[in-house]
Design a protein around this ligand. Structure first.
Ligand SMILES: [Zn+2]
Length: 88
């Protein structure tokens, strides 16, 4: 299993995500629906509405993608694009 992230690693992870969040234009990048509530996908860098993110949790690789992102951040790779970035 994965050991907890250090404070510094968590800070890096959240500032990475906040930076990308600034690209938000009000529309889900997966289903194109207008939404006020969004977050970044764990599978790639898309900013998605809550419904898409909810569906994403059923993806067979969701847990793996989450674990891999943490592993990359811990290894110091703050530009990790997500497990399915290349073939999504
Ligand atoms: Zn959506």
């Amino acid at each position: 299993m994965f050991s907890p992230l250090s404070y510094q690693q968590l800070k890096s992870l959240s500032s990475l995500r906040n930076k990308i969040m600034n690209d938000w234009n009000g529309y889900c990048q997966r289903c194109s629906k207008e939404t006020n509530c969004h977050s970044m996908s764990f599978l790639n860098e898309q900013l998605c509405c809550m419904e898409c993110l909810d569906e994403e949790k059923d993806h067979p690789k969701f847990q793996q993608a989450k674990a891999e992102e943490l592993r990359q951040v811990k290894a110091g790779n703050l530009n990790y694009k997500g497990l399915l970035h290349d073939n999504s």
